[in-house]
Design a protein around this ligand. Structure first.
Ligand code: KIV
Length: 269
């Protein structure tokens, strides 16, 4: 951990938008990965509920519970003590009443030391966003594709393609800004619409599959590092192939043990 890293604040992100400096966010679910991200100079880390697929092995984000999210947020905080960390509100935590949302969000702040929370926003979650901000909890909105709702929306598809859907998303973004979010994620939205939303709101937009004109970008760490060589969403890029490196290393270890060349004398007492 570098002593020179200064943790950013919600004001830093707004200033970066004003100065045209791109904001870079990444997901992390464990301490070592969070430490890598901090050392690399990431602007902020999202403990996304995508951990359900990427770390826990489920098919979607639905099984991630608040207890699991808090546990992983604690790991990420330990790995990246000087980075702004956002805890992702999991399935149903924003649909059982505002009081429940406040209680669950407070766990990210008090038990895991998060700096903010993110929630997938529908019109019905606006009262919760207002109440969280009022309570002193910075909120990052999330609009466009909402993975927690794919069972009702019918799958992972680009949002806001038609005029009506686009107008609705712009209106939703403005409502969120009015409700006090410090930033918002735009997921799987046409680039042109994302640019319009970015110009229409004063808070930073962070895109994933939303083109180059958002104020920042977020990517899922497992995609970026190439944990698997399987399906990769169109919006993602593998910057390296950790999965292949790891598999080759494990295969080499197996071969050395079977071939009786490991442990060598220098590995023995
Ligand atoms: O959980 C997650 O990783 C997310 C990002 C896709 C923004 O919500």
């Amino acid at each position: 951990m570098s002593e020179s890293i200064i943790k950013k604040t919600v004001r830093s992100f707004r200033k970066m938008k004003q100065n045209g400096e791109k904001i870079v966010m990444i997901t992390a679910y464990d301490a070592p990965t969070a430490a890598f991200a901090e050392a690399a100079g990431i602007d902020f880390i999202l403990v996304g509920d995508s951990l359900s697929m990427n770390t826990l092995g489920y098919a979607d984000t639905i099984p991630a519970t608040m207890d699991v999210m808090v546990h992983h947020a604690q790991c990420v905080r330990r790995g990246a003590p000087n980075t702004f960390i956002v805890g992702d509100m999991p399935f149903m935590t924003c649909h059982l009443g505002v009081e429940n949302t406040l209680r669950e969000a407070a766990r990210f702040m008090q038990e895991a030391g998060c700096d903010a929370i993110k929630l997938e926003c529908t019109p019905s979650t606006l009262p919760a966003v207002r109440a969280l901000v009022e309570a002193g909890i910075p909120v990052q909105g999330h609009i466009g594709l909402l993975p927690q709702s794919v069972k009702t929306s019918g799958g992972y598809r680009v949002q806001g393609r038609g005029e009506e859907e686009a107008a609705e998303l712009i209106a939703r973004a403005k409502e969120l800004e009015d409700a006090g979010v410090f930033s918002m994620v735009l997921e799987c939205v046409p680039s042109e619409l994302a640019a319009k939303i970015t110009a229409a709101v004063g808070v930073p937009t962070i895109g994933i599959g939303a083109g180059p004109d958002c104020d920042g970008q977020v990517q899922v760490i497992s995609d970026l590092l190439g944990y698997t060589e399987g399906f990769l969403p169109k919006h993602a890029r593998r910057f390296c192939h950790v999965g292949t490196v790891a598999q080759d290393a494990i295969a080499a270890y197996i071969a050395e043990v079977k071939g009786k060349t490991f442990p060598a004398p220098e590995n023995s007492f």
